[in-house]
Design a protein. Structure first.
Lengths: 506, 500
């Protein structure tokens, strides 16, 4: 009884709690940050679970804030896709928060690894702002509200990048700031055009449009370009690698795992809802070609990097390419689109886990060795076995080998490509997987290299850092074993009749 | 009965639990690790036996887990699966004993034994898979679990061999994945338990289905070391002897051959294969591999590489037998999975002993070595004669069955291939045997009678090859009985399962 009356309101908690926490962090300053951050993380994890329970029980739900519904109020809407995003963010976010408590804390030899401690002071409030923004993004039912959420996330992310403290970090953050402001402006222009054409900003109402018209096409193009920049799709991805090179490790995890996923989410939400009439194969192929080049070029660049953090950063560029293949595969209009939809989004969720885990391990390796030059990782498997094992697990998901969430996503995308007859994308995905194997195994091979004098590790990596990474990597693998229920939940009210179809398409 | 359910779960779990426990042990806990390994292997053998008794009564256990929207995970303990699992479990037990002695005093043993157990887990999964997706998942897991074993020593040669191994096997896995998705897009999920593909489909998509068949054979053929995809196997011999023995002579290559058997008999089905005309190509490729492998083996001086090329040749017997589709030929091919595995592991154990105890790794230095290690060379001789096909050893039985089957379906050319291969086998095994027993030793024997020294110092290295050599004799002599591998294959697999 109580549950039934409370559950519909839980979704508001996911939006409000992080901002409250961020405010508290600002007030409490140096000491309270980690405690509040962890507390918020755990609460959000619990609330996200409740949202899932609500979704399973009653299906899609809408929530009118303050009782004001459409057309005056702003609607909040939770369907399967929103839940997948919220749950992924909560889970990965909690792990990142645990990692950050170890990362920004004092290490065993009493050294404060973050210089003057400013990074630690500001990290928690900025991170919670970004998290709140992401949650708003995932439940917004209004196209302008999406803009607001994107701004919150982007500005928090820019500041988080600048926490690196060095001149290079400031340069990278400024470049990111410039690009993200341009992207937001372009997006806003598109929103303005939509409003002028339709007179409403509500997503559900906009979705009922039947005659697209010229203005609509321009608006779609503008919004898409803006979101391409924010999600670091080739060729506008170039802000991402320098940002990663200089940001603290938890920020890299947030950026690559969650922020780019948020921008991708908005694009999916708009293209398959509001702009569905504009989803012609040609438009899909533009994004598909960009995605394909991202996969191949990003993987190749990752292989060529000498530093692990940069390798993982370019891996993000490649994996985003995979996600963007959703557009050409669904635009073809065949039954393959159903598989592609599930595949790309499941891949996004698995990628968040695996990528965050990979960055966390990179951070731990830097603690152990003092550097992250891959060619000098000799003997690392013997010296830091848990870290290398975690990296291997994350790598399995990034390559798309079974058992992993990456494999499930890849299978579904391949199925979509085969069913819609788009062979080129299938081949690109296979080659991308092999290239990913090249850089992942380059790291592992160097780790297995025997050394003359085995060195016993004297630096202790905090347990919170190691466990957080391991749990995320195990989750990425676990998503490849327990895939049925998540896929079913995710497909509640997917933009296809009845979700996935089974069996013989002919 | 409930035992059947438990057994089906228990077979992969035994390896998984063993692996997890071993990874948790400190590197120095030799006795505990040995005990855990033996326990895991014994439990696995018991569970396999339980399921075999069920199959003998006609009960085939199946476990179905919803996984993807268009494909379930299926585990099915049919007679063919149990043959492979039984082989893997028994040889795991024997190799654990061998490796315990081989790695005495070296580093990173828990890493080795842990990944070893994971390889057996992967092999069990491949064996028990009830559809191609499940098989593919464990096939890739096998690649991942064997890599740390190939590069175990961490030397540049080992790392380079590991890299080549990965390139071959990951490419194979990608090809298999593509073929599987393609096939499932055409026909939906195909369980092994079904009757094979419909002939109607052949009329609809003739070219596509043949191409998919070729891709699947290529994907499995890499692990099965079919020519020209065999290049990784001789290089992988740089790994320690237990790895070469169990994995690259038995588990990995047999997984590839097993996959091809499943594709021909279970996915496509015998009827479909006959109609689509792919079998002559498969048989031809197998025949080329048989001859090429044996020819290359003649010219190898490195003992383990010679054995590797011998493996390349012998594994294709399995494929040739299945490609002919006569009932005896299929029986001979499938039972060779077990026979060749046991004979080859004997040879690799002996090669490992020679390398480990005497530092001999070249055929040219093996002159008179039987005086110094008579038990080892005795086992080697039995294994070698089995490979050549001397009656009444196990190898002869498989070849005889295949020859009979070839005559049954009117393909006498196969007999010529078998004969040529036997002659070549004699060509590269007999000189070793003769020179070892009758040649003059390279170095002085020393005052201690060497046979006693062999047993006293390294019993765990000598007992396993003797056990497997003994089995080679028994499997051949008692091949006519119901509970021999050949009896199992002929009755439960060929007759009961496939209705030949």
């Amino acid at each position: 009884m109580i549950l039934a009356s409370v559950l519909p309101h839980v979704v508001i908690g996911t939006v409000v709690v992080p901002f409250l926490g961020a405010g508290l962090c600002v007030l409490c300053g140096r000491r309270g940050g980690a405690v509040i951050g962890l507390g918020v993380a755990v609460v959000l994890l619990f609330l996200s679970g409740m949202v899932g329970v609500q979704l399973a029980r009653t299906g899609v739900s809408s929530y009118a804030i303050g009782g004001w519904g459409y057309p005056l109020g702003i609607d909040i809407r939770v369907d399967g896709l929103s839940f997948l995003m919220i749950m992924t963010t909560s889970f990965v976010g909690t792990a990142i928060s645990f990692y950050a408590t170890g990362y920004f804390g004092k290490s065993s030899d009493g050294d404060d690894h973050q210089g003057d401690g400013r990074a630690r002071d500001f990290f928690w409030s900025l991170w919670l702002f970004a998290w709140g923004g992401l949650n708003v993004l995932f439940v917004s039912g209004d196209i302008f509200n999406l803009y607001v959420a994107l701004e919150i996330v982007s500005f928090s992310a820019v500041a988080l990048v600048a926490l690196g403290g060095s001149v290079a970090a400031a340069v990278a953050a400024t470049r990111y700031l410039f690009l993200t402001v341009v992207a937001s402006a372009v997006y806003l222009l598109g929103v303005g055009l939509v409003y002028s054409a339709r007179g409403t900003l509500d997503l559900a109402a906009l979705g009922l449009v039947s005659h697209p018209g010229g203005i609509f096409a321009v608006a779609v193009a503008l919004i898409t370009v803006g979101l391409m920049i924010k999600s670091a799709l080739f060729p506008v991805h170039f802000w991402l690698p320098p940002a990663h090179a200089n940001a603290p490790v938890p920020v890299s995890a947030i950026l690559s795992g969650l922020v780019v996923m948020g921008a991708f989410y908005v694009l999916v939400r708009l293209w398959f809802g509001v702009f569905a009439v504009a989803l012609v194969p040609a438009a899909g192929h533009i994004l598909g070609v960009c995605g394909s080049v991202a996969i191949l070029w990003g993987s190749w660049q990752a292989f060529r990097q000498s530093r692990l953090k940069m390798m993982v950063a370019y891996s993000t560029v490649a994996q985003i390419g995979y996600m963007f293949l959703i557009f050409p595969l669904v635009a073809s209009g065949s039954v393959g689109g159903v598989f592609a939809w599930s595949g790309a989004l499941y891949l996004a969720a698995s990628h968040a886990c695996a990528k965050a885990a990979a960055f966390m391990v990179a951070g731990s390796i830097i603690r152990v060795l003092g550097h992250d030059r891959v060619d000098d990782f000799h003997g690392l498997v013997a010296r830091y076995p848990l870290g290398m094992f975690t990296f291997a697990l994350a790598g399995v998901s990034l390559i798309g080998l079974p058992p992993s969430g990456g494999f499930v996503g890849k299978w579904l995308l391949l199925k979509g490509a085969m069913l819609s007859g788009q062979w080129g994308y299938a081949l690109v995905m296979m080659v991308g997987g092999l290239l990913a194997a090249a850089y992942i195994f380059r790291v592992l091979e160097n780790g297995f290299h025997a050394v003359e004098q085995p060195v016993k590790s004297t630096v202790r990596v905090p347990w919170s850092m190691q466990v957080a990474a391991l749990i995320l990597a195990l989750t990425a693998v676990g998503l490849g074993i327990v895939a049925f229920e998540p896929l079913a939940l995710m497909n509640i009210d997917a933009p296809f009749v009845g979700g996935l179809v089974e069996g013989n398409p002919s | 009965m409930i035992w059947g359910e438990i057994s089906l779960w228990g077979i992969p779990l035994a390896s998984l639990v063993t692996a997890v426990v071993i990874f948790g042990l400190p590197d120095q806990a030799r006795r505990k690790r040995f005990a855990v390994g033996l326990t895991g292997a014994s439990v696995k053998i018991i569970f396999t036996g339980v399921l075999m008794m069920g199959v003998a009564r006609g009960v085939v256990r199946e476990l179905r887990i919803p996984f993807l929207p268009d494909f379930d995970l299926v585990f099915r303990a049919d007679a063919l699966a149990l043959l492979f699992v039984g082989l893997a479990a028994f040889l795991w037990l024997v190799t654990t004993v061998y490796a315990h002695g081989y790695f005495k005093g070296t580093f990173h043993q828990n890493r080795f034994f842990g990944f070893f157990s994971l390889c057996i887990l992967a092999t069990s999964g491949i064996a028990l898979a009830g559809n191609l997706l499940t098989l593919l998942m464990f096939y890739e897991l096998l690649t991942l679990a064997t890599y740390p074993l190939v590069v175990h020593r961490g030397t540049p040669a080992a790392l380079s061999a590991g890299r080549v191994y990965l390139i071959y096997t990951l490419l194979a896995g990608a090809v298999l994945l593509l073929a599987l998705v393609w096939l499932s897009a055409l026909t939906g999920p195909t369980d092994f338990a079904g009757p094979g593909l419909d002939s109607e489909l052949l009329k609809q998509y003739p070219v596509q289905l043949v191409v998919i068949f070729g891709l699947m054979v290529a994907g499995f053929g890499v692990k099965a070391a079919m020519v020209p995809l065999h290049g990784w196997l001789p290089l992988a011999m740089v790994a320690p002897a237990p790895v070469s023995a169990l994995l690259h002579a038995v588990a990995v290559v047999k997984a590839g051959a097993f996959g091809i058997v499943r594709v021909v008999l279970d996915i496509y089905g015998a009827e479909f294969c006959r109609q689509s005309g792919v079998l002559p190509w498969l048989a031809g490729a197998a025949a080329v591999t048989i001859l090429y492998g044996s020819l290359r083996a003649l010219f190898e001086d490195d003992l383990k590489r010679r054995l590797a090329f011998s493996t390349v040749s012998q594994v294709s017997y399995i494929i040739l037998g299945v490609a002919i589709l006569g009932s005896s030929a299929v029986a001979g091919g499938i039972v060779h999975l077990a026979h060749q595995g046991i004979m080859k592991i004997t040879l690799f154990f002996c090669a490992g002993n020679l390398g480990h105890c005497l530092g001999i790794d070249r055929v040219s230095r093996m002159s008179g070595v039987a005086r110094r290690m008579p038990w080892t060379m005795g086992a080697f001789t039995v294994g070698a004669f089995g490979m050549i096909g001397v009656p009444p050893l196990a190898g002869f039985m498989s070849k005889w069955a295949m020859g009979t089957g070839a005559l049954e379906v009117g393909q006498p050319w196969v007999i010529w291939i078998l004969l040529a291969s036997s002659v070549l086998n004699a060509g590269y095994f007999l000189p070793i045997v003769i020179s070892a027993w009758f040649g003059t030793p390279d170095e002085n024997g020393g005052s201690v009678p060497l046979a006693v020294k062999e047993w006293r110092d390294c019993w765990s290295l000598v007992a396993p090859p003797l056990i497997t050599a003994g089995l080679t004799i028994l499997m051949g002599v008692f091949a006519g009985l119901v509970f021999s591998p050949l009896g199992w294959v002929a009755r439960s697999i060929v007759f009961q399962e496939y209705g030949f």
